[in-house]
Design a protein around this ligand. Structure first.
Ligand code: SF4
Length: 326
């Protein structure tokens, strides 16, 4: 593990068993298939890809909410403890999850202040009075009023509810936030506010973030580095600026070209053909070949290795030559 990374995942594989009907033959589906990534403190790794790319499963593996079938996650230099073990429970205060639907994440019957206090209660942080003060300060730090602690989720807007979820996630001063589509359910104007909030919190608290989204516009605004996933694998990983200015992998090129840029003609955009394949029926060779406009015969038979292609940049494509460093 590099001394500079807070979290590292090495060759993660997550396999599920899928069965058609009660007596159908079981099929092993590799939802995550050899993912290696890392996040340094106070930086954000954006993880993008279409639905079924394995990005959410990767997020859950990073938090130890799922156990990998193969590979390992290291948090702060130590192997991730087993789910629900004492060591894992203790570590939970240092790593939190923010997910898409704040209404589903909150209990409608309980005032939001009580819900923000939950992690403080679980980890027995301070006295009751200190916890109450801390909750009100947390609400303030995410742009809500102190007196809103007594409000119920239905009394707040969608954006305010997501702020409550974020306040709860940062209550224990975590080192890592895994944000899984945290703004997908919000209006575009509110999305920008929540992204700004996450960025401010990262700056003031030094939190590392894995930011999972299907929306490249959102990822661009918050990420230092971006990992592009396709069918359980990372196909390109690079500094955010490089990904958006000069994508190398044909899949990244198609995703980036779908983000509207003022002054760019529609005809210059690459239209991604077809739907992502079913992970239970992975195409041979490069899994992207049935949709790739520049696929060659070799792509149908040979899986491209995920290798260094430039300093600080990796890709998995037969058309992108490797550097000598891998
Ligand atoms: Fe396209 Fe072949 Fe590269 Fe896969 S390996 S992205 S099919 S060119």
């Amino acid at each position: 593990m590099s001394a500079t990374n807070l979290i590292e995942a090495n060759d993660l594989v997550k396999t599920y068993i899928s069965r058609k009907g009660l007596f159908g033959t079981p099929t092993h589906v590799r939802a995550v298939d050899g993912v290696t990534l890392s996040v340094a403190p106070a930086t954000t790794l954006g993880i993008v890809g279409e639905s079924g790319s394995g990005k959410s499963t990767t997020g859950r593996l990073l938090l130890g909410l799922e156990e990998p079938s193969e590979g390992q996650v290291q948090f702060d230099g130590r192997p991730m403890p087993k789910l629900k073990s004492n060591a894992w429970r203790q570590l939970r205060s240092r790593m939190q999850l923010v997910f898409q639907d704040p209404l589903a994440a909150l209990d409608r019957r309980i005032p939001i202040g009580t819900q923000v206090a939950e992690p403080l209660d679980i980890h027995a942080v301070g006295s009751e009075k200190e916890r109450k003060d801390r909750v009100e300060t947390l609400l303030q730090s995410v742009g809500l009023r102190r007196d809103q602690a007594s409000s119920y989720p239905h009394e707040l807007s969608g954006g305010q509810r997501q702020r409550v979820v974020i306040a709860r996630a940062i209550a224990t001063n975590p080192d890592l936030l895994v944000c899984d589509e945290p703004v997908s359910a919000l209006d575009v104007s509110i999305q920008a506010q929540v992204i700004n909030l996450l960025r401010d919190l990262q700056e003031t608290r030094g939190i590392a973030m894995a930011f999972i989204s299907h929306d490249l516009k959102v990822v661009r605004n918050i990420s230092d580095r971006v990992a592009v996933m396709y069918l359980g694998r990372i196909v390109e990983e690079a500094p955010s600026e490089d990904i958006f200015r000069r994508p190398l992998h044909p899949y990244t090129q198609a995703l980036v070209s779908s983000v509207p840029v003022p002054g760019t003609a529609l005809k210059d955009r690459i239209i991604l053909q077809g739907e992502p394949p079913n992970p239970a029926a992975r195409p041979s060779g490069c899994a992207f070949h049935p949709r790739c406009a520049v696929a060659m015969e070799r792509c149908r038979v040979e899986i491209p290795a995920f290798v260094s292609v430039e300093a600080g940049r990796k890709a998995a494509c037969h058309l992108v030559p490797a550097t000598s460093e891998t």
